[in-house]
Design a protein around this ligand. Sequence first.
Ligand SMILES: C[S@@+](CC[C@H](N)C(=O)[O-])C[C@H]1O[C@@H](n2cnc3c(N)ncnc32)[C@H](O)[C@@H]1O
Length: 317
Amino acid sequence: MNTAPHTPVMVNEVLDALSPRDGAIYVDATFGAGGYSVALLEAADCTVWGIDRDPVAISFGNQLEKKYHGRLTVLNGPFGDMVRLLGDVGVEKIDGIAFDLGVSSMQLDERARGFSFRADGPLDMRMNDTGATAADAVNELAEEELADIIYRYGEERRSRRIAKAIVELRKNTPITRTGQLARLVRGVVAKSKDGIDPATRTFQALRIYVNDELGELHRGLNAAETLLAPGGRLSVVSFHSLEDRQVKEFLRQRSGVAPKPSRHLPPEQADVPAATFKLLSRRAVKTTEAEADLNPRARSARMRAAERTSAPTSRAA
Ligand SMILES: C[S@@+](CC[C@H](N)C(=O)[O-])C[C@H]1O[C@@H](n2cnc3c(N)ncnc32)[C@H](O)[C@@H]1O
């Protein structure tokens, strides 16, 4: 039986992509319960720096650090800041980095964190313990802005109706509980044929907004480009199309697969920066059926991986 608080997804594929070796330095940019860190530490005599912005994940990591006697260190902060976080501990170049995006089971299953529409709890959704909560967003943002967030980050076609219903309700009653919001959405959006809870997309949207997840991904990928040594490997596991699209686009641009900005000009005038990454596979790798059967969360996972070239990081972040 698996007793870890979070079952890591696509570990074998991530290990294949990073190809861990003795003496190398790896970053587990989304430490969680440390599933990837442990897999790396067990696969080679390497060093791992775990990063997480959730203090609960960090306390968990502090326990695990003892087992690996100086080979594992966890750092608390957003991975978008990792050039600074790692620089502060003297790390400037790394040999591999793994991102496993989104929330952990530890976060989802703890109703007091307010991530889940399945269990009633305070409408919080912050991965760390500072800044505005989902309740702040729902009670304070203008109707149009709420509708845009739900549309853009939840890909929810009924975003305008949901935002209208939120604004109606909050005139009399502040919306402070996950159960309250989930009921409101279910009252406005019909259940789809695939049986997915109508609240799923609105909750995803608010979580992405509250934690600036796409902004973090942008900064995190650029930081990875800066930190990876030539030959170093990047692996990103994502769980929804917004994330995967952003990773795909970043890698297309940086590997020279995307159309060149000035392709009608002769090469010497085109000023195309040299590719900083080489794709390890053109398509995203999907989880195996066997893994998806054991861990339903893995079903929507996609992994993209690439190797850093020796070209300098030449673009603005
Ligand atoms: C899907 S879980 C990772 C699970 C991990 N691979 C494991 O095996 O346990 C994602 C973790 O990344 C953290 N996280 C998400 N976005 C982050 C960010 N921008 N900076 C730092 N940590 C982040 C979350 O707090 C969460 O603990």
